[in-house]
Design a protein around this ligand. Structure first.
Ligand SMILES: Cc1cc2nc3c(=O)[nH]c(=O)nc-3n(C[C@H](O)[C@H](O)[C@H](O)COP(=O)(O)OP(=O)(O)OC[C@H]3O[C@@H](n4cnc5c(N)ncnc54)[C@H](O)[C@@H]3O)c2cc1C
Length: 492
C-alpha cells in the first residue's frame, strides 16, 4: 500500500466523538503534507537524511562553534554535513545547561554578530525575553550574557541548520581520519556500523580537538585542568529564612568527616550561601576531570552525579532545607578545558588583554580572564581594561602542518589564561563562522585553506553579517610576512 503523504487522522473523529472543533482541525491537518508543517518547511530531506558519500565540508561537533560553522558553510554554497555525538544541537548550551551565551558586546558596542547572534536574538525574540541593556556595560560581564530558553534555542538551531541546506547526523562520531588527495576520508561510527564519507575540508568543532587528534597531529594539554560543573536547578527552600552561620559550620564539619568535598560548593567564601543563592546553577565544581576521551568523560559524568547526590543528602539534613530538591539537572557535566591545538598562531595572555589585532584577525572575542581553580575553590577573574577589544587570528584555528583541517571553538590555540576567556560561547560562534566561511571558500576554489585570500574571507563574512576586526591600519608588509610564513609551514 502506498502511504499517503498527508497526515492520516480519518476514523479518529468517530472514535473520539469530538464535534465541530475537531472537524475544523481535521480539515486543517488534511491540508498539510506529512513532512511539511505549517512553518512551510519540508523537513523530509532533513528528517530522512541520506548520508552522501562525499561533502565539501564536514563539521564534527554541534556546539556553539559547530552549528554556526555548518550554517555558514552551507549558506555559502558548500555541501555540508554536521556530525554530532549526542541527539541535540547546542553542545554545552543545551547538553550542559549553560544557556547564557556571551559576550556579543564590549564596552557598549556589538563586537560579535552574524549567525551566532542571529540564533541567540531569534531565541530571545521568540520567547519574548527582552535583551540586556548592552549600552550600559559597567564591567559586570554576567549581566551582558543572554539567557536563552533551551527548548526554543534547540528547536531554532534545528530550523537554522535545516534552512541553510546543511545535513545533520546525530548519534555519530568520527572513528578514523585519513588524508585523501587534497581532502579527507572520514570513517564515522554510526549505530548501524562504520560508514565512510569524504570531504574537502574538515572542521573540528568537538571542543576537544578530537578530529585533529585522529588526524595524527599533536595536541597541547596542560598539566592540570579547570574543574567541570554539573548545572542544577534547586528548589524547596526559602533562601531568606535560612541560618547561614549554622549551614556554613555544618558544611565545614561535613568536609572534615568526608561526607562532602570542599569543591562541591565552589564559592571561596560562604560556599553554602553561594550555592543556595544561585539555586545550584553553576555553583559546584567537579575537580580533576577531563573530557577528551570517552573514559575520562565517563569519569566526569559519574563524579558529577555523585557530587549531586552528596549535595542532596547533606542539604536535606539541614534546618530549613528538609524539602530541598533538584528540579532539573543538565544531561552532561559541563567541561571547561581539555586539549588545544598547536596552531600557526598562539594567542598569549598578553595578546588577549591588550586587544592585539593580527593581520589575519577574523573575529573578536570579549570576556574577562576567567580561570576556575584546579582545586575547585574559587575563580581567578580579571576584567579587561576599558576599551580593549581582543581578536582571534585565523592562524589560531589552523593546526600546524595540517591541510584543509581547521578547528573552531574552545580548542583554538592559545595560552591557558587567554583560553579561559575566548572559550565562551559568543567567541566560539564567531570562530565557527570564520571556519565555515574559509572552508566554503577553499572547497569552492578547490584549494587549501591557507590559499584562500583574506580579503575574500572578510568579504564573505561581512556579507553574512559577521563583524570582522579592522586591520587596515596594519602595514601590507606585515600581512605579506604572515601569509608567507603560514604557507612555509604548510610546505614542511
Ligand atoms: C559550567 C560552565 C559554565 C560556563 N559559563 C559560560 C558562560 O557564562 N558564558 C559563556 O558564553 N560560556 C560559558 N562557558 C563556556 C562555553 O559554554 C564553552 O566553552 C563553549 O560552549 C565551547 O563551545 P564549543 O562549540 O567549542 O564546544 P562545545 O560547547 O563543547 O560543543 C562541542 C559539541 O561537539 C560534540 N562532540 C564532542 N566530541 C565529538 C565527537 N568526537 N564527534 C561528534 N561530536 C562531538 C559535543 O557533544 C558538543 O555538542 C561555560 C562552560 C561551562 C562548562
Amino acid at each position: 500500500m502506498v502511504r499517503s503523504p498527508y497526515v492520516e487522522v480519518a476514523g479518529r473523529e468517530g472514535v473520539l466523538g469530538i464535534g465541530k472543533k475537531y472537524k475544523e482541525l481535521y480539515i486543517l491537518y488534511r491540508c498539510i503534507p506529512l513532512n511539511e508543517t505549517r512553518d512551510g518547511r519540508d523537513w523530509s530531506l532533513f528528517t530522512r537524511m541520506k548520508l552522501e558519500p562525499d561533502y565539501d565540508v564536514v563539521v564534527c561537533g554541534a556546539g556553539p562553534a559547530g552549528i554556526v560553522a555548518a550554517v555558514q558553510a552551507a549558506r555559502a554554497g558548500a555541501r555540508t554535513l554536521l556530525v554530532e555525538k549526542s541527539g541535540i544541537l547546542g553542545g554545552t548550551t543545551t547538553l550542559a545547561g549553560v544557556n547564557f551565551p556571551g559576550l556579543f558586546h564590549a564596552w557598549g558596542r556589538q563586537i560579535i554578530a552574524g549567525i551566532g547572534w542571529e540564533l541567540v536574538e531569534r531565541t530571545a525574540h521568540e520567547e519574548g525575553r527582552p535583551l540586556p541593556d548592552f549600552a550600559n556595560y559597567n564591567g559586570f560581564h554576567s549581566r551582558m550574557q543572554v539567557l536563552v530558553n533551551k527548548a526554543i534555542y534547540a528547536g531554532l538551531a534545528d530550523e537554522m541548520v535545516h534552512d541553510s541546506g546543511a545535513s545533520v547526523l546525530f548519534h555519530a562520531m568520527p572513528a578514523k581520519v585519513e588524508r585523501d588527495g587534497e581532502g579527507w576520508s572520514l570513517t564515522l561510527c554510526l549505530k548501524e556500523g562504520l560508514r565512510e564519507v569524504s570531504a574537502h575540508v574538515l572542521i573540528d568543532a568537538t571542543g576537544d580537538a578530537n578530529l585533529v587528534h585522529l588526524a595524527g597531529l599533536p595536541l597541547s594539554r596542560g598539566e592540570s585542568k579547570q574543574p567541570g560543573t554539573l548545572i542544577m536547578h534547586a528548589a524547596g527552600y526559602v533562601f531568606e529564612d535560612l541560618d547561614f552561620a549554622v549551614l556554613e559550620q555544618a558544611f565545614v564539619a561535613a568536609v572534615e568527616n568526608g561526607e562532602m568535598l570542599r569543591s562541591d560548593f565552589y564559592a571561596k567564601t560562604n560556599p553554602v550561601r553561594g550555592f543556595l543563592r544561585a539555586k545550584g546553577n553553576n555553583a559546584m565544581h567537579v575537580i580533576g576531570v577531563d573530557g577528551e576521551t570517552s573514559q575520562s568523560r565517563t569519569d566526569a559524568e559519574l563524579q558529577a552525579r555523585r557530587a549531586m547526590l552528596r549535595i542532596i543528602r547533606f542539604l536535606r539534613k539541614q534546618p530549613g532545607l528538609e524539602k530541598f530538591h533538584i528540579e532539573s539537572f543538565a544531561t552532561e557535566c559541563g567541561i571547561r578545558e581539555t586539549a588545544g591545538i598547536y596552531g600557526e598562531t598562539c594567542i598569549t595572555l598578553e595578546d588577549y588583554v591588550t586587544g592585539r589585532v593580527w593581520p589575519d584577525s577574523v573575529c573578536h572575542s570579549f570576556y574577562p580572564i576567567d580561570l576556575h581553580s584546579c582545586d575547585g575553590i574559587g575563580i581567578d577573574i580579571r576584567p579587561l581594561e576599558e576599551g580593549v577589544f581582543p581578536t582571534i587570528p585565523l592562524g589560531a584555528l589552523l593546526p600546524r602542518d595540517s591541510r584543509n583541517l581547521i578547528v573552531a571553538g574552545r580548542s583554538a590555540c592559545g595560552e591557558r589564561m587567554a583560553q579561559s576567556a575566548y572559550r565562551v560561547q559568543a567567541s566560539c560562534m564567531a570562530m565557527g563562522q570564520a571556519a565555515g566561511a574559509v572552508a566554503a571558500l577553499a572547497a569552492g576554489q578547490g584549494c587549501e585553506l591557507r590559499e584562500v585570500s583574506l580579503s575574500d574571507l572578510r568579504e564573505l563574512l561581512s556579507r553574512h553579517g559577521a563583524i570582522v576586526p579592522e586591520t587596515s591600519h596594519l602595514t601590507d608588509e606585515i600581512s605579506a610576512e604572515v601569509e608567507t610564513s603560514i604557507l612555509r609551514t604548510v610546505e614542511v
